[in-house]
Design a protein around this ligand. Sequence first.
Ligand SMILES: [Zn+2]
Length: 339
Amino acid sequence: MVNNIIGNKDIRDRLLRLSNSGQLHHCLLFEGPIGVGKHLHALWLAKLINCLAEPHIRSQGPCGSCWSCRMIEKGDHGDIVVVGYDPEKITRVISVKQARTLIANIQVHPARARKRVVVIDPAEAMRIEAANALLKTLEEPPSSTMFVLICDFADQLLPTIRSRVQRIRFRPVPREDLASWIAQNQNTSDSGSIPILSEGAPGFALQMMEDKEEWCTLRDEFLMIIQKGDSAQIKWVASFCSGSKQVWLPSLILLLDIISTLLRDWVVLAFDSPLPLYHEDVRDRLVKFHHNPVLLSKLFVHIEQIRKDLRIHVNGSLLLESFLAKAHRLLFLPMVQRR
Ligand SMILES: [Zn+2]
């Protein structure tokens, strides 16, 4: 199990200084790439604020072994509240009902924590009503509570939320650091292209190590299905999105990540750039597709739109079908016509 934090040490140093001098803002926004460690840092901060070790120890960082640090690590500390997608909703949102429950709960003094820490992740999943309900609380939370909002891009949040937070930007972890971290944690010196693929995001790298087989299978299926016509695509999508949403939605999100990395590789090829490819192992197959930068940018935009739509709509199969049809039209057909 991997539980050490890598990268962005300057942020931890800054949080430590602010905490030691009692100047931590009551509402922080951690923004940065997916999987870069924002959530882990939020929990690290919760440990730091509530560590029960002697002051000279905790002024250097959370001890990791006191009752509080251990409970937070296990996710069992009642005063450290993580708000994620509403399990009662089919769509991936943080609902107004969750926001109201949270506001009611934080009026009570924390049971054991020095300070209650509420982590909202991903903050961009807050529906407008939920965000509006929380505005006043984010501005003036009870003195015993602080908030950490987590998101990929702060622009996805309402301006009224952005104006109430102190923004902390996370950067990708350098590739060499990531490679040695993977080697250490996975007990392997061969992490292959994963440090490149994961774009400096340790969480993403770990997920890829775990999902390596599914990753390759999905990629190969995608490269195959965009060469087929409508009916084959519809059939493939029907099978991909069959069964429970809890099963196909994570696969769909993984597929979108994979497609993004493929599009990036086609851009690298289009510009004849010396940058390494994410999918170096299938370079021969990638060059056989049409890779015009203007058309690729259209597909990038489409992928981002699907990510947004998935927060609102449930019909993943329609979204996927329309994307595959476009990919067929832009990446495959021009090559056939050229033959
Ligand atoms: Zn501790």
